[in-house]
Write a new protein. Structure first.
Length: 279
């Protein structure tokens, strides 16, 4: 029932009933067919399609069936693809929500290559990372595909380079968490532990996250949660300097009760305080 489109436009002059998703994709295809392609027309079509996709899963599924994904990724593959990245990525982010199966190798490769560009604006980096995270949820094949494309050392490098941009830090931590999920019921044995190990060893993420544990609010909660995930995935042995390191962080925010203990790590999320203790 979630994939049934319940909203539609009045019949046109020919008596044909068209859904918003069909009309939006048709306009995007028309903008892509222009010679030369007008970036402003593409942007308008992308904005309309993004609004349609935000309406619900049914509209996103219908847009995908009409070929929205292929048209959007074609913009990223063209010679002047950099001009379309800021308008195409937000639409892809909305389109893949709930249907990560539409992602394929060429699209994943292009998204990863965007992050390799040293001159990409921070907002584009955040959108690309959020897109990768969304494609990894409930999809083991996509997780393994991104890992094969070296997303772990790449995102770890972004964490170091953009450590002062909290939105980038949040997005990187979310990608790390998504790569360590084991939520795809179609795959009996995922690689969540292997991915966590790679994040720790190849990306040296534990050291970087520890260096960023300052500040307050949900930002600190996210860092502590990411740190907990990386240590609870049976990564052995724990680096010696972590076993010797002791720090207590207390945050006066109200969060649900969560407790985790593992080989020297005591991480307590209490109702009124957050206490992270390493011995």
């Amino acid at each position: 029932m979630n994939t049934i489109v319940k909203s539609y436009r009045p019949p046109n002059d020919e008596g044909v009933v068209q859904h918003d998703a069909v009309v939006a994709v048709s306009r995007l295809k028309a903008a892509a067919a222009e010679k030369p392609v007008n970036v402003s027309h593409v942007a308008l079509a992308c904005n309309e399609l993004c609004s349609v996709c935000d309406a619900g899963l049914a509209d996103r599924c219908l847009a995908a069936k009409c070929g929205a994904y292929d048209v959007l990724t074609s913009f990223l593959r063209c010679d002047n693809g950099a001009d379309y990245i800021p308008v195409v990525l937000p639409v892809l982010l909305s389109l893949v929500d709930g249907q990560p199966d539409i992602l394929e190798l060429h699209g994943a490769t292009r998204i990863v290559n965007i992050l390799r560009d040293s001159v990409v604006p921070v907002d584009v980096i955040v959108t690309a990372l959020n897109l990768i995270r969304r494609c990894c949820i409930l999809h083991e094949a996509n997780r393994q595909q991104f890992v094969a494309l070296d997303i772990i050392p790449l995102t770890a490098g972004l964490l170091t380079t953009h450590h002062s941009h909290r939105e980038v830090v949040r997005a990187v931590c979310a990608v790390f968490s998504a790569l360590t999920l084991d939520d795809d019921v179609r795959v009996p044995y995922g690689k969540s532990h292997e991915h966590a190990k790679a994040i720790v060893i190849e990306g040296r993420a534990i050291d970087t996250v520890l260096q960023l544990t300052s500040g307050t609010g949900t930002y600190l909660v996210l860092l502590c949660f990411t740190f907990k995930i990386l240590l609870l995935m049976n990564i052995k042995p724990i680096p010696h300097h972590l076993m010797q390191w002791h720090e207590t962080l207390i945050l006066g925010n109200s969060v649900p009760l969560l407790r985790a203990d593992w080989s020297g790590l005591h991480l307590h999320f209490v109702s009124n305080n957050i206490v992270l203790s390493l011995y």
